[in-house]
Design a protein around this ligand. Structure first.
Ligand code: NAD
Length: 328
């Protein structure tokens, strides 16, 4: 099939080409993201391959359908950026990569927690300047703390087990409880109880109309003073302005985020020579107890292999009229 690959980085090309054995599919790479302005690039292609920040709203879906596109393959698990009703209306199939190393994202959440808890990001810079002082580097143990996990699907499940391994008390909220995790010691709670009891809260649920801004001034008001909040899921789960106020009031003690509501204008780009436009992220960056990574939770060798393999498998299954099991 002829597929237009959008938001391409060097690693996308490298891994997709490797798994597109014998160049079975004709993959044409575009650096541009897919949105209404770029939809015309999809002319002459049967499918588009997109990532987290491509914007497939109704108008864009209609435009690519008019250009002959019949398939959207997502190189990610989340599909909140695709108007599924529009895809159905215009008879476009949507496939995703439902699981590509939940360990990659879960371990990244742990990396954020440990960095903030032990201030290793500061220690690294100090030692490079021959500053071997420990002043103001006091951290805290994860052992014995209460860790609240929102969403115990594939990533949340792995994350719960890692936290149990640290000797933390793990409490969770999910619309569907995971019986295995209960056997292993995870306690399910109401969202309110989770907010009230957790020392660390980590978000692992999808972004949808029920979860948008689940972290807001009301839910924050229930949290313990000094709580650590970790978001490796989707930026829209958090009302960033409310979180900023809570950071200033020292209600939130540490914030670790791999996702940001306005990330599509920033993440995956080198803007080091540009005048900053996003004041909100600038204010977040200025806090000593905020750690931001640019959506790199998925970014391991193992995950990139799995993403490329599943994406190519999804395209082949669609072409062959088979069920991939990854249809959205
Ligand atoms: P999953 O579908 O396996 O699990 C999601 C869980 O959230 C499910 O158990 C579901 O029941 C639960 N859930 C749904 N609605 C909920 C609600 N209202 N409240 C609480 N829980 C709810 O998904 P996953 O593979 O574990 O991925 C989780 C999220 O991680 C994705 O939606 C995506 O946004 C994000 N993600 C981020 C990266 C990254 O690089 N940072 C990479 C992959 C995925």
């Amino acid at each position: 099939m002829r597929i237009a690959v959008f938001s391409t980085k060097s690693y996308d090309r490298e891994y997709l080409d490797r798994f597109n054995g014998d160049a079975k599919h004709k993959l044409v790479y575009f650096e541009a993201p897919l949105n209404l302005d770029t939809a015309n690039l999809a002319q002459g292609f049967e499918g588009v391959c997109v990532f987290v920040n491509d914007k497939l709203d109704k108008a864009t879906v209609e435009a690519i359908a008019t250009n002959g596109v019949r398939l959207i393959v997502l190189r990610c698990a989340g599909f909140n950026n695709v108007d599924l009703d529009a895809a159905k209306q215009f008879n476009i199939a949507v496939h995703r990569v439902p699981a590509y190393s939940p360990h990659a994202v879960a371990e990244h959440a742990v990396a954020l927690i440990l960095t903030l808890a032990r201030k290793t990001h500061k220690a690294y810079n100090r030692v490079r300047e021959n500053n071997f002082s420990l002043e103001r580097l006091t951290g805290f143990n994860i052992y014995g703390k209460t860790v609240g996990v929102v969403g115990t699907g594939k990533i949340g499940e792995v994350f719960c087990r890692v936290m149990l391994g640290f000797g933390a008390r793990v409490i969770a909220y999910d619309v569907m409880e995971n019986a295995e995790l209960i056997k292993e010691g995870v306690e399910y709670k109401t969202p309110e109880e989770l907010m009230e009891q957790s020392d660390i809260i980590s978000l692992h649920c999808p972004l949808n109309k029920d979860t948008k801004y689940m972290i807001n001034k009301d839910t924050i008001s229930r949290m313990k003073k000094g709580v650590m909040l970790i978001n490796t899921s989707r930026g829209g789960l958090i009302n960033t302005r409310d979180v900023l106020v809570a950071l200033k009031q020292e209600k939130i003690g540490n914030l670790g985020i791999d996702v940001y509501e306005q990330e599509e204008k920033l993440f995956f780009h080198d803007l080091s020579e540009s005048i900053p436009e996003d004041e909100l992220i600038g204010r977040l960056i200025s806090f000593p107890n905020v750690l931001i990574t640019a959506h790199q939770g998925f970014f391991t060798h193992e995950a990139l292999e799995q993403i490329a393999f599943t994406t190519i498998t999804n395209i082949s299954a669609y072409e062959d009229g088979k069920i991939s099991g990854n249809e959205v």
